[in-house]
Write a protein that binds this ligand. Structure first.
Ligand SMILES: N[C@@H](CCC(=O)N[C@@H](CS)C(=O)NCC(=O)O)C(=O)O
Length: 212
């Protein structure tokens, strides 16, 4: 049985949960209490020296980092694939580029926005809120251009789309209407939400997490 060490609101753990659901793999989720500092305990650091969730344990194999975990899952359980086929190297590179972009230039920014919005209204830094919203809006504009004529970011549904999904789902609650004036993003989000793997995450994500 696969074990996933995770924290419910972690967008990186959510990437892995989407991949597991897409591949219909059952697993036990072990909740690591980030707020209580459980990720800094020696027994967790033995699994992941970086002290971060998610960590996946599959029999004797321990894998950490959501991107590496999802590639491991795709290697070990190839059906259905979450990367373009091996002969489509450019498309595979594009999928990886978008996943990395989501992890570095979208998810953390939305996380910061969540943390600001979570503050009592009087304590919110309005200028920072505006800056963060604009940064997120710029990414959405870019995605809208990249999705022109495409159903998904890199051919079929892939790790690229999975990378964005967790934080796309919370934008509405943060005052960002992702689909407004962005028809390609609008249909893409609807298409993503039609997938049970993503639909089932909606509603469990509106909470800032440590480290993002
Ligand atoms: N690159 C890692 C990032 C994982 C990450 O930042 N996880 C956060 C929770 S969402 C965490 O464990 N933070 C604890 C810490 O950094 O101390 C991945 O993709 O798995």
């Amino acid at each position: 049985m696969i074990k996933l060490y995770d924290f419910p609101a972690c967008p990186f753990g959510q990437k892995v949960r989407i991949a597991l659901a897409e591949k219909s793999l059952s697993y036990d989720m072990v909740n690591i209490d980030l707020r209580g500092g459980e990720h800094r305990k020696p027994e967790f650091l033995r699994l992941n020296p970086y002290g971060r969730v998610p960590v996946l344990v599959d029999e004797d194999t321990v894998v950490y980092d959501s991107t590496i975990i999802n590639e491991y899952l795709d290697d070990e359980y190839p059906d259905p694939p979450l990367l373009p086929r091996i002969e489509f190297s450019s498309l595979r590179a594009r999928a990886r580029i978008f996943e990395d972009f989501a992890d570095t230039s979208f998810t953390p920014q939305v996380g910061q926005l969540m943390a600001e919005v979570a503050k009592p209204e009087a304590e919110r830094d309005q200028a920072r809120l505006q800056r963060l919203r604009s940064a997120v809006e710029r990414v959405l504009d870019y995605l809208n251009r990249e999705l022109q004529g495409q159903q998904y970011l890199a051919g079929e549904f892939s790790v690229a789309d999975i990378g964005f999904a967790p934080r796309l789902l919370v934008l509405k609650d943060l005052g960002v209407d992702a689909g407004m004036n962005r028809p390609n993003v609008d249909t893409w989000i609807r298409r993503l939400l039609d997938r049970a793997s993503i639909h089932n995450l909606a509603g469990v994500t509106v909470e800032p997490t440590a480290g993002v």
